[in-house]
Design a protein around this ligand. Structure first.
Ligand SMILES: Nc1nc2c(ncn2[C@@H]2O[C@H](COP(=O)(O)OP(=O)(O)OP(=O)(O)O)[C@@H](O)[C@H]2O)c(=O)[nH]1
Length: 666
């Protein structure tokens, strides 16, 4: 069968054939999905963080600008003192009222003036203030200190602020520290966390104060010493931290929890918290704010509302969508891998079957083929063994370079066509023997067995068959046949052949009325040759006898060896009468006697071997070949008995002779 270029081959499974590829794709897609979702979540978180940062920056700036505004108001108060010889209570009241603080700068508790009072002038001071219509006025808390300070003006001079009237803020260390700093620096100074004297025990809030020093214009205040000497008092503002912060962030504390600490974040320093802080806040930003020479820390924490606003469904959508795509890809790849594996298994199985079939076909003793039905039988498939038979390769047959008809003995082709045609008509197998011309030009006998395949409409499709070289069989048959009829030593016909020819001869005589003769030749003392010179020498002598006997007769006469040293010669067509036949037979026996009396050169020896010959004639009236042979044999024995190396005739033959010729010849 010819090789097929595109025959499926077993192969190493590719990537797409493996489930591992599907799992790999699933893993990669899941990893990509998670990475993308995380990236988007991080991006959204960063964006929210930026948004939160910007919001806190705005809030911080709001706080700073408000504090600067408060400071500015105090500077205005200080400027009032600087511009006047004396600022009385009414002027102060008018100045603060003109500021319209409630509307313009909400959150400020008041604006006041604390006068510095040396201890030596305390009584004088008491008298002066009391004379303004405050008979119960006195600097408090009581105690001996020097100097004192006293809040002499505080606007609006109502409600809680009345409690601060006459309060000596030097008496309290936190306030005094800020006041000293303001005095020494000449700048606004913010106090630490205090509880304002304005607090009445209800809704108490942390508080702080801002001080701005007021100096005597007559004294040089360019150094600390000068400023301490020139200090007259302080314009200041007390602040309730909650009120102030709420006034600043009245509009927007939805997104952040604001905590304000004095100095550093600590519960003890907490000035304000817009609500209890969340410790799990997603975004936290801390700003340092410097106000009046002191640090505040503002901490912003994102509210749940802000975080909810910042939430996005995108990461979850990506996770769900990406996972779904990954699963889909996995399913497709896995299904594809399973399908491809099945296909590959089927292809491998098919290839294995084909290989098995091919091996089977190649092992068939003969050439298996498929060809077109008509001569010259172009080949469709053919086994490789055709090359041994014809010398042409299977490829040459399949390509059409050669066809069967090129190798078939031309005179056998019609017989083959007929056999195929007959079998096709009967829809049976055919078997035909014919001769093929081998590659070396030798003729060989083949036996072809095949069958024509037809479609449903009876149209010929192709012819499948097998050609077997039967040359050896033919030869064996020939050998068998010759063994049956030929003497292997001399190649003369044997007894069976002779009897067959005798029967034919008798039949011919009967049919044509011709007479013939049968000669029985037995060598004399042949045993002695064997004994003296060996069996092989005897064989050579027998072959030479056979050769000489042939030379004594015509082409059509039969010379046979019965066995041992016995030869029989049948002479046909010797005439129309027994007399004529006897006469001609005698001529032959004379020739034989002469021929065999010649010495034989066997090897290095020269041998002598004479014959004893029995002669009998026959015609169509004779009964059988066997009786004829017995007659000749009997005559030969008489020749032996008569002294050997002579001819003796059978009684029947002798009767046919004239009286003078009826004697034995020697
Ligand atoms: N070399 C050889 N010898 C054979 C063959 N077949 C038979 N013989 C021998 O041929 C001899 C035949 O002897 P016979 O014919 O009986 O006797 P003979 O010696 O010829 O004597 P007569 O016939 O009485 O003259 C025997 O010794 C056989 O063994 C053979 O094929 N080759």
């Amino acid at each position: 069968m010819p090789p097929e270029a595109n025959a499926p081959q077993g192969r190493t499974p590719g990537l797409l054939d493996r489930s591992a590829a599907a799992w790999l794709a699933l893993g990669v897609s899941c990893a990509l999905t998670i990475a993308l979702a995380q990236y988007v979540a991080t991006h959204l978180d960063t964006r929210a963080q930026d948004r939160f940062m910007i919001g806190t920056e705005v809030a911080r700036n709001q706080l700073l600008s408000r504090m600067r505004a408060y400071e500015q108001v105090l500077r205005g108060g200080a400027a009032l003192f600087a511009a006047s010889e004396h600022v009385d209570r009414k002027e102060w009241h008018d100045y603060v009222a003109a500021l319209d603080l409630d509307d313009g700068l909400p959150g400020i508790q008041g604006i006041g003036f604390a006068e510095v009072i040396p201890a030596s002038r305390l009584d004088e001071h008491h008298a002066a203030v009391r004379s303004e219509g405050f008979p119960g006025y006195s600097v408090h808390p009581p105690g001996a200190r020097d100097p004192y300070t006293s809040i002499v003006y505080l606007e609006p001079f109502i409600d809680r602020n009345l409690r601060a009237f006459g309060y000596d803020m030097y008496s309290e260390p936190v306030r005094r520290e800020a006041m000293s700093r303001a005095r020494d620096s000449g700048q606004a100074a913010l106090s630490g966390k205090v509880t304002l004297v304005q607090e009445d025990g209800r809704n108490t809030q942390p508080g702080f104060l801002i001080y701005l020093p007021v100096f005597d214009r007559q004294i040089d205040t360019r150094d600390v010493g000068g400023r301490r000497t020139a200090l007259l008092g302080y314009v200041y503002s007390p602040f309730r931290a909650h009120d102030m912060m709420r006034s600043i962030f009245a509009d927007g504390l939805r997104n952040a929890i604001v905590e304000l600490f004095d100095h550093y974040p600590d519960d003890a320093n907490l000035l304000f918290a817009s609500s209890p802080a969340r410790h799990d806040a997603r975004h936290t930003v801390t700003h340092a704010v410097e106000v009046g020479g002191r640090n505040w820390v503002v901490r912003f924490s994102s509210t749940a509302a802000f975080e909810a606003d910042s939430q996005s469904a995108e990461p979850m959508l990506i996770l769900v969508g990406g996972s779904a795509l990954g699963v889909l890809l996995f399913t497709i790849l896995r299904t594809n891998a399973v399908h491809r594996r099945r296909m590959q298994a089927a292809a491998n199985s098919l290839a294995a079957s084909r290989d098995e079939f091919r091996a089977l076909v190649e092992n068939v003793p003969g050439v298996v083929f498929r060809c077109q039905v008509g001569a010259p039988w172009p080949v469709i498939h053919i086994g490789q063994s055709v090359e041994a038979l014809t010398g042409a390769t299977a490829d040459e047959f399949v390509s059409g370079a050669v066809s069967f008809a090129d190798f078939i003995e031309p005179e056998d082709i019609p017989r083959i066509e007929q056999a195929i045609r007959d079998a096709a008509d009967k829809q049976t197998s055919y078997e035909v023997e014919y001769r093929m011309l081998g590659g070396d030009g030798a003729v060989c006998w083949v036996s072809e067995r095949g069958r024509v395949h037809a479609d449903a409409l009876g149209r010929d499709l192709w012819l499948d068959g097998v050609i077997v070289d039967i040359s050896a069989l033919k030869h064996a048959e020939e050998t068998m046949r010759s063994l049956a009829f030929v003497d292997t030593l001399t190649q003369l016909p044997n007894r069976r052949f002779l009897l067959d020819r005798l029967r034919q001869g008798l039949a011919n005589s009967r049919r044509h009325g011709h007479h013939g003769a049968l000669l029985f030749v037995d060598l004399d003392h042949f045993k002695a040759v064997n004994d003296a010179h060996g069996h092989e020498a005897g064989d050579e002598l027998l072959c030479e006898v056979a050769s000489r006997l042939r030379q004594c007769v015509r082409e059509g006469d039969t010379v046979a060896r019965l066995g041992g040293d016995e030869f029989v010669i049948m002479l046909e067509d010797l005439g129309d009468s027994s007399t004529e036949a006897f006469a001609k037979g005698t001529v032959i026996t004379d020739k034989i006697l002469a021929a065999l009396n010649q010495p034989f050169e066997v090897g290095s020896a020269t041998l002598q071997s004479t014959p004893s010959i029995g002669l009998t004639c026959f015609s169509g009236e004779d009964d059988s070949a066997e009786s004829l042979l017995r007659r000749a044999d009997a005559a030969m024995y008489r020749a032996k008995a008569g002294g050997r190396n002579r001819v003796e005739t059978s009684a029947a033959s002798a009767l046919a002779l004239p009286a003078g010729q009826r004697s034995a010849r020697s």
